[in-house]
Design a protein around this ligand. Structure first.
Ligand code: SAM
Ligand code: SF4
Length: 318
């Protein structure tokens, strides 16, 4: 359905947990987080109810995220349940990939279409540092498992950070000569824990300056601008939520693991679905979701000095 600004809202990102097996420095505090209690995490049944209501409102694409979605118990079963709902046309997942070598094949069989995998460094020591303990070999094993299982095209998310990975841009570009990945550089956003971090933002324009002779490639539907080097198997994507906001093309809403709908990632607004879920009235649930879509803000106001986002990304579902 369309919102009040004429945008077609057809995409929902579902966070299935706030827990994670890594502690990326810009996403979570070192000591970990106070987890949402099990009682407050949406049940699979309630997630299914929300997906069914959303499909009726014209949402067709769903992405499962977190926290780390693969640490949620029964995740393959949840993928199966969602993929079998009539009207779900595309089901993807964003993951750090650490557990993908274990789950990729089962996820594909359960109906997952593809994955985005987060990988902020190609250097073992730096990867271990930014994730506070992650093993780059495991992330690569996950990427390979995703390719072998057909969870393709694999997209790789790289959060660009000044003083951390700005000297690795060319190394990431090299990967697109060897593999048909879409490597997506994402601007660091002032969300949750990133507000307290030391790393600086590199804008998409600053990255592009390091990359002469980029050629625009076929644009897909998402928010990334896509480019390619001649002869490369893969592509490069640039996502600039801050320097050039794409609010005019926004097509999504987000569901947090504790049952709040967020009309915009970069706003503190959230609408609690728990009350209407507890009432057991799915027509009313649909009305609430419809209202959230209709009242989505025209744009975020972070660049105009709005308050930073309080929830950490692991609690929103990036
Ligand atoms: N754990 C999974 C993962 O890392 O892919 C899914 C959840 S994670 C919150 C989703 C994405 O958000 C990741 O690609 C992560 O790098 C990104 N992210 C987290 N905090 C961010 C921030 N402050 N700015 C930009 N991207 C961020
Ligand atoms: Fe975990 Fe993903 Fe956040 Fe890293 S970015 S701490 S992998 S939720």
């Amino acid at each position: 359905m369309k919102d009040n600004y004429g945008r077609i809202i057809n995409y929902m990102r579902i966070s299935v947990t706030d827990r994670c097996n890594l502690r990326c420095a810009y996403c979570m505090p070192d000591e970990g987080i106070e987890n949402i209690g099990h009682d407050h995490i949406l049940s699979f049944e309630n997630i299914e109810r929300i997906v069914k209501a959303s499909v009726d409102l014209g949402i067709k694409k769903f992405r499962i995220t977190g926290g780390e979605p693969l640490v949620r118990k029964g995740i393959v079963e949840l993928v199966r349940k969602i993929s079998q709902i009539d009207g779900v046309e595309e089901l993807a997942m964003t993951t750090n990939g650490i557990l993908l070598s274990k789950y990729a094949e089962d996820l594909k069989k359960a109906g997952l279409d593809r994955v985005n995998i987060s990988l902020d460094s190609l250097n073992h020591t730096k990867y271990n540092k930014i994730t506070r303990g992650g093993d780059l070999n495991e992330a690569f094993a996950g990427i390979n498992a995703a390719v072998n299982a057909g969870l393709t095209p694999v997209k790789i998310n790289v959060v660009a950070m000044k003083g951390f990975n700005d000297n690795e841009i060319i190394d990431f570009v090299q990967l697109t000569y060897q593999h048909p990945y879409e490597i997506r550089f994402i601007e660091l956003m002032p969300v949750g824990h990133a507000n307290a971090e030391q790393y600086g933002v590199i804008t998409v324009d600053e990255i592009k300056e390091k990359l002469p002779a980029l050629r625009p490639a076929n644009q897909n539907e998402g928010v990334a601008e896509i480019f390619k080097y001649p002869g490369a198997k893969g592509t490069l994507g640039f996502i600039s939520p801050l320097s050039r906001h794409f609010c005019g093309d926004c097509n999504k809403i987000r569901l947090t693991a504790d049952g709040k709908l967020k009309p915009c990632l970069l706003s503190n607004a959230e609408i609690d679905l728990n009350e209407v879920l507890n009432q057991g009235n799915d027509e009313k649930l649909k009305d609430v979701i419809k209202d959230v879509i209709l009242n989505k803000d025209e744009k975020h106001h972070l660049d105009e000095g709005a308050a930073p986002i309080e929830r950490d990304m692991n609690k929103i579902g990036g």
